[in-house]
Design a protein around this ligand. Sequence first.
Ligand code: NAD
Ligand code: DAU
Length: 369
Amino acid sequence: MSRKLKNILVTGGAGFIGTNFIYYLFRKTNFTGRIINVDLLTYAGNLESLEAVEAEYGTGGTEGKAGRYVFEHADICDGKRMAKILRQYDIDTVVHFAAESHVDRSILGPEAFLRTNVTGTFTLLEAVRAYWTDKDGKFRDDVLFHHISTDEVYGSLGKEGYFKETTPYSPRSPYSASKASSDHLLMAYHHTYGLPVTLSNCSNNYGPFQFPEKLIPLMILNMQQGKPLPVYGDGKFIRDWLYVEDHNSAVWMIMNKGRTGEKYNIGGENEWENIRLLEKLIEIVASQTGKSVDSLKKLITYVKDRPGHDRRYAIDCSKLKSELGWKQAHTFEEGLQNTVEWYLNHNDWISHIRNGEYTKWLENNYQNR
Ligand code: NAD
Ligand code: DAU
């Protein structure tokens, strides 16, 4: 099966993975349709990341088919606004990245996670249900709602085993509980109303444009600035790392060829203890900056653990590989080298989002509709 995917609503397109997804579609695929990026621009959303897309594909852009990229500053919890956007752009596909995404923040303040991840997803589902059905409640046959989720919904693994699509949900943080709720709502809309959906659950992503509160960008920038490198607990927590472009190639493949109503795990098959990962990152930063490995190692500081910290995540993505023929295209070495290089060369982007200048940039460069 191959879907049309013409007018795509990307939610959270100004965040880390959504931004990379928009670049991926315009630059690395044969996508010929239009992208409507709906983002509330929370602290994690940054339109500056998409300046090149706006310049080439925005209305008034330089690309032949200018107008293939549109930004809508909107909250996914605003049902009326979502309904209007669906109608205005004749949306046939939703790919839903928008979320509160940082586990530590969810521990400090869970409410925003419930609002955006649960109520926001519910609001979007209701909006497409109304827009995509005829008067008998039957769905158009050219529509798809793809929901982006996380491996964290499965809980925590011991030394052995992998998360499979059939692993029962066992979320353990407010973040993962809110994402699990959104997955359940999605599947409930599929089973109850027949909404055409696909769902993907991915492991830890890394790469350009990630807000520097997450492990890899935070550590790179702290090394650059000679700040402590905070390692939670004993540092032996394990994550399965995937380069963001490989996540997005999988999402695009599922959207094009995945079976409706199915969920697919996406992973790097690349497990690292946090402390070992940090040592690897230190070597790469040292080689790119000329700082000594020893001086960077001295910055490692063990700190109090994250409450409820999941010990190990590891994804079994054999379904995606065997059914759709996906595979990772980037080695960890290559992906980390690119990422370090990107952060070391984007000081403006980093300082803008860290010190609030981004808000000023937004006021000067973007007229809210
Ligand atoms: P992010 O925090 O970098 O970006 C989230 C984006 O959503 C931001 O641009 C933000 O402004 C926007 N947003 C937040 N609330 C909104 C609202 N109410 N209305 C409209 N927009 C809103 O997140 P990310 O790391 O890019 O993650 C994207 C998705 O991928 C999330 O659903 C996350 O759960 C999932 N995911 C992330 C990872 C990872 O390693 N980062 C791994 C697996 C799955
Ligand atoms: O597994 C997918 C998930 O990966 C996504 O759903 C989340 O949106 C994403 O934030 C990420 O969650 P993690 O909690 O795994 O990522 P984080 O980068 O916050 O932490 C990675 C590991 O590093 C984790 O074991 C906690 C640890 N850590 C993190 C930070 C920020 C530290 O030791 N020190 C730190 O300063």
